[in-house]
Write a protein that binds this ligand. Structure first.
Ligand SMILES: [Zn+2]
Length: 113
C-alpha cells in the first residue's frame, strides 16, 4: 500500500509518517498485532465518518510518534485506523502499555522499537 501521495485526511500524522509504519510492518506478526488491537479498541474505534465503513473494515497500523515527541516526553504508541476508500485517518488509539514500554526504552537507549 502506498499512501505517500494522499493529501487530505492526515488528521493525526503526515501520510509520509504513516507510510514508514506501513513499510515497517513485520508480516509474520502483523495479523496478530491487528487482531490484538481490534480486540482491545473495537469499542472505542469509530467507523469512517464519510462513508460509514465499520471500524473493523478500516486499515489498522501501529504508529509510533517521531523521535522529537519522545524527547519532549509526549511520545505515544498506538493504532491508527484509516479508510482507504476516503483516504481519511479516522482514529489514533493510544496503547498505554506499549507507550509505557517505549518510554522506558527511549529513556535507556533512545531508540524506537
Ligand atoms: Zn470512508
Amino acid at each position: 500500500m502506498n499512501v505517500t501521495r494522499w493529501k487530505a485526511g492526515a488528521v493525526f500524522f503526515p501520510w509520509a509518517h504513516v507510510q514508514r509504519a506501513i513499510d515497517g510492518v513485520d508480516s509474520t506478526v502483523y495479523r496478530a498485532a491487528v487482531r490484538y488491537a481490534q480486540d482491545q479498541f473495537q469499542s472505542q474505534a469509530r467507523p469512517c465518518p464519510q462513508c460509514g465503513r465499520s471500524a473493523i473494515d478500516l486499515s489498522w497500523f501501529s504508529v509510533t510518534d517521531p523521535e522529537p515527541a519522545w524527547d519532549q516526553g509526549t511520545g505515544r504508541v498506538g493504532f491508527l485506523t484509516f479508510c482507504e476508500r476516503c483516504r481519511l485517518q479516522v482514529d489514533f488509539l493510544v496503547d498505554p502499555e506499549l507507550t509505557e514500554l517505549q518510554t522506558a526504552q527511549w529513556r535507556t537507549d533512545r531508540t524506537l522499537a
